[in-house]
Design a protein around this ligand. Structure first.
Ligand code: 5GP
Length: 192
């Protein structure tokens, strides 16, 4: 998606450890106009897939997921990383190793919000090694619900996550696909 690639070129910073910092429009300060465009694009790419709900993880997945939910007319549920006093024990949980924070998180979703008839779309900000998506796939499997697709704002194509989703036979849509980082520059798969 050209709009997003241009924004990454303009405002993204490549950090050591193959981390792309995009905190002035995606995962700290958020650009609502851009999120709206991303949501519309997800809706277009997953049109006619019969999705009943969008599944994401707090906190960076929420903004694009909510906009996708708005354009698709479906609710959005985000997995929580911290136990909340208002969450009961009636939870689906999975372990997720965080790429950027390098710690294990237990993520959880209240069982009331995932019913077996559900067909979900998983959305996240980044796809790196696929740990966050795998956690959500684990929860979906436990909840006995179908996963119709995985949509990510940015994938780092050279890391393991892309293959993981492909191997699971799930439709994967990345709005920007990064082939590599070279000398602090972002090389998009589309440029190759
Ligand atoms: P994965 O679980 O696929 O290894 O990593 C995805 C998660 O780690 C995303 O939810 C995102 O929050 C974070 N992440 C992975 N790579 C990057 C990156 O290059 N930049 C930022 N800002 N977050 C990343």
């Amino acid at each position: 998606m050209k709009l997003l690639e241009d924004r990454i070129r303009r405002d993204g910073t490549v950090l050591p450890g193959n981390v792309l910092k995009v905190d002035n429009f995606l995962n700290h300060q958020v650009d609502p106009q851009l999120m709206d465009e991303l949501g519309a694009e997800f809706a277009r790419r997953f049109k006619d897939t019969g999705i009943t709900k969008i599944l994401t993880v707090e906190s960076s997945g929420i903004a694009p997921a909510v906009m996708a939910g708005l354009h698709m007319g479906v609710p959005v549920i985000f997995a929580r990383k911290h136990k909340s006093l208002t969450l009961t024990d009636n939870l689906y949980t999975a372990k997720v190793y965080s790429y950027t924070k390098q710690v294990n998180n237990d993520i959880s979703i209240d069982r009331r919000f995932l019913k077996p008839a559900e067909k979900v779309l998983i959305i996240d900000d980044f796809l790196a090694n696929g740990q966050a998506v795998q956690g959500l796939l684990d929860i979906a499997a436990t909840a006995n619900i179908k996963v119709a697709g995985v949509g990510v704002v940015i994938e780092k194509r050279f890391q393991k996550g892309h293959q993981l989703v492909e191997d699971a036979g799930i439709q994967l849509e990345a709005l920007a696909s990064i082939a590599s980082f070279e000398d602090g520059q972002v090389i998009f798969a589309a440029d190759k």
